[in-house]
Design a protein around this ligand. Structure first.
Ligand SMILES: [Zn+2]
Length: 254
């Protein structure tokens, strides 16, 4: 399995514009540089900004044929002008440096972490993935299908990127039901993190809304860790039988 870390410049710009509220920042580092690009883009065109950030279309004028034709014509030029701006040059440079750090960390950890994740899941990791990197001071992290991941986050603790890239990779193999997501959090956010950084769990890392399922199934998980023959599918069935969750897809949360 190989990961190909890339920057798609249009996506980087759109992600940076879209994530402007304070809860979307993962760190205050370089925040002023991000805000500078957002402000420059807003000043250049509020309408184009809102279009790219997905915050238009809440009134009939915004969905009229005439308006849509005009705004979609103006977007390529708007993006090109942002891409040529000094504010964006700073964001690109910081994101590229972050990408290089992610690549280095991933390759340093790969052999060890693949061995652990393989032993916990029984999965042979033969697939390659493309990872589109965004600015590390904004939150991003999702498996978006087609062996593609979008990723960017402040390194909250050592090996953060390694742990969460594995988390997103496992969404490809294990899906995104509540129980499979809780299992992914046991495997990556917790077991893998502790293996790399030492420490113990609980307390858990990960999406808080899954902590209840994780608490309910912790003893099953601990038995699984201690067993010689691991069958993740069997464990999943046991947890599904134990907790009252159904198998509803937790869309919009990855
Ligand atoms: Zn997830």
């Amino acid at each position: 399995m190989r990961l190909f870390l890339k920057i798609d410049e249009s996506y980087l710009i759109c992600h940076t514009l879209k994530n402007s509220s304070s809860d979307r920042f993962s760190s205050k580092d370089q925040k002023s540089d991000i805000v500078a690009l957002q402000n420059a883009a807003w000043k250049a065109s509020e309408l184009n900004y809102k279009f790219l950030a997905g915050s238009l279309f809440d009134n009939p004028i915004d969905v009229s044929k005439q308006f849509l034709e005009s705004i979609t014509r103006s977007i390529p030029e708007y993006l090109a002008s942002l891409q040529a701006s000094p504010e964006y040059a700073v964001i690109y440079k910081q994101t590229k440096e972050y990408l290089n750090g992610c690549e280095e960390q991933w390759s340093n950890n790969f052999e060890k972490t693949e061995k652990l994740v393989k032993s916990l899941t029984g999965i042979e990791f033969n697939d390659d993935f493309t990872v589109f990197i965004t600015h590390p001071s904004l939150k991003n992290g999702r498996f978006i299908g087609n062996k593609t991941i979008v990723w960017g986050h402040h390194e909250d603790w050592p090996n953060y990127t390694t742990v969460y890239l594995w988390h997103e990779i496992l969404h490809y193999y294990l899906g995104n039901t509540k129980v499979s997501h809780a299992l992914i959090q046991f495997i990556t956010d917790n077991e893998l993190r502790v293996d790399l950084n030492s420490g113990t769990y609980p307390p858990f890392e990960g999406h808080h809304e899954l902590f209840k399922v994780m608490e309910q199934s912790l003893s099953l998980w601990q038995n699984y860790l201690g067993s010689e023959t691991k069958n993740l599918n069997e464990l999943k069935k046991e947890i599904e039988a134990l907790v009252d969750t159904g198998t509803k897809e937790t869309a919009f949360k990855s």
